[in-house]
Design a protein around this ligand. Structure first.
Ligand SMILES: NC(=O)C1=CN([C@@H]2O[C@H](COP(=O)(O)OP(=O)(O)OC[C@H]3O[C@@H](n4cnc5c(N)ncnc54)[C@H](O)[C@@H]3O)[C@@H](O)[C@H]2O)C=CC1
Ligand SMILES: O=C([O-])CC(=O)C(=O)O
Length: 320
């Protein structure tokens, strides 16, 4: 059986990390694409030379030509610009929307059968625009954010309770902005609801609220510390988990920016919801019961995404 092919559009910090992870896991052969000349080729050479040390078989190539992504099984998109300290993700909308247009056309013309995972910010608007520009089916285009946001929530909870991260099952819904919705009612420590666990451990409700707030601002905290660019290790590993679910047809239930049309009272929007990923792409959006407060928090978050979609339509008339 031929090896799988993974195309990475954007070979910057996340793109390079994705390539390394995918190679180490022998997920398939890897094509690094970027508009910067020489850079994807250089990264591909460098990464190839990890093979003998780490013991992986993967052909890694770099390119500036979309024709080289032909036949890709999975395409992961990080092309565009990251934010700088003091900026919000939404400030990237204008510049990254143009990038999504070029990338969407490149995918449509060269890898129309791929499962496409978008990472570029502002995430929920960019994945929607990428789907529109590429014309691929909605179930084959998804955004990565919820796996990362949930991993941040889980990390902070594990630190607070001094327990293994493996036992923390944390859950974040909504858009990938500061209005995202960490859902404590669905967050457990190996099955024990987090609020019950907090009582057992003598952790106050206000401390849990602080952790929720830190999760919401988790991306900005790293942007502020790095000073130049944004997080890339955890974003890359989160997208790889989604790609593995597709390639292995594992039917994992992951929080993804999926196309929601009808459920959660939403009308044709990409936003973070529990999603089953298998060989069919995003096979099912799972609608969970939410409290009135959680519903109203989700509405604030989805309203913010809707505003961004309107802004996209204003900037590019082909989206209107
Ligand atoms: N969804 C999420 O949870 C997260 C999203 N991000 C976003 O991911 C994106 C990428 O982040 P990094 O890899 O750190 O940025 P980076 O700047 O290191 O890499 C981006 C790459 O895109 C390339 N590029 C620009 N225009 C292009 C085009 N038209 N076609 C192909 N390549 C193009 C650049 O040359 C650069 O190499 C940013 O928008 C960032 O905000 C970052 C972290 C988490
Ligand atoms: O904060 C940013 O700009 C990058 C990002 O989306 C994240 O790390 O969650």
């Amino acid at each position: 059986m031929a090896r799988k092919k993974i195309a990475l559009i954007g070979s910057g910090m996340i793109g390079g990390t994705l390539a390394h992870l995918a190679a180490k896991k022998e997920m398939g052969d890897i094509v690094l694409f970027d508009i910067a000349e020489g850079m994807p080729q250089g990264k591909a050479l460098d990464l190839s030379q990890c093979g003998p040390v780490e013991g992986f078989d993967a052909k890694i190539t770099g390119t500036n030509d979309y024709a080289d992504i032909a036949g890709a099984d999975v395409v992961i998109v990080t092309a565009g610009v990251p934010r700088k300290p003091g900026m919000s993700r939404d400030d990237l909308l204008g510049i990254n929307l143009k990038v999504m247009k070029a990338v969407g056309e490149g995918i449509k013309n060269n890898a129309p059968d791929a499962f496409v995972i978008c990472i570029t910010n502002p995430l929920d608007a960019m994945v929607w625009a990428l789907r529109e520009f590429s014309g691929l089916p909605h179930n084959k285009v998804v955004g990565m954010a919820g796996v990362l946001d949930s991993a941040r929530f889980a990390t902070f909870l594990a630190w607070e309770f001094d327990v293994s991260v493996k036992d923390v099952n944390a859950f974040v819904l909504g858009g990938h902005g500061d209005t995202m919705v960490p859902v404590t009612s669905y967050t457990t420590i190996n099955g024990i609801p987090v609020n019950d666990f907090a009582k057992i451990k003598g952790v106050s409700e206000s401390r849990i609220d602080e952790i929720v707030d830190r999760t919401r601002k988790g991306g900005g905290e790293i942007v502020g510390l790095l000073g130049n660019g944004s997080a890339y290790y955890a974003p890359a590993t989160s997208a790889i988990a989604m790609a593995e679910a597709y390639l292995g047809d594992t039917k994992r239930i992951l929080p993804c920016a999926s196309y929601v049309d009808g459920k959660y009272g939403l009308d044709g929007l990409y936003v973070g919801v529990p999603t089953m990923i298998g060989a069919g792409g995003t096979e099912e959006v799972i609608e969970i019961e939410l409290s009135d407060e959680e519903k109203s928090n989700l509405k604030v978050s989805t309203d913010a995404v809707e505003e961004l979609l309107e802004a996209c339509k204003g900037l590019d008339s082909s989206l209107a």
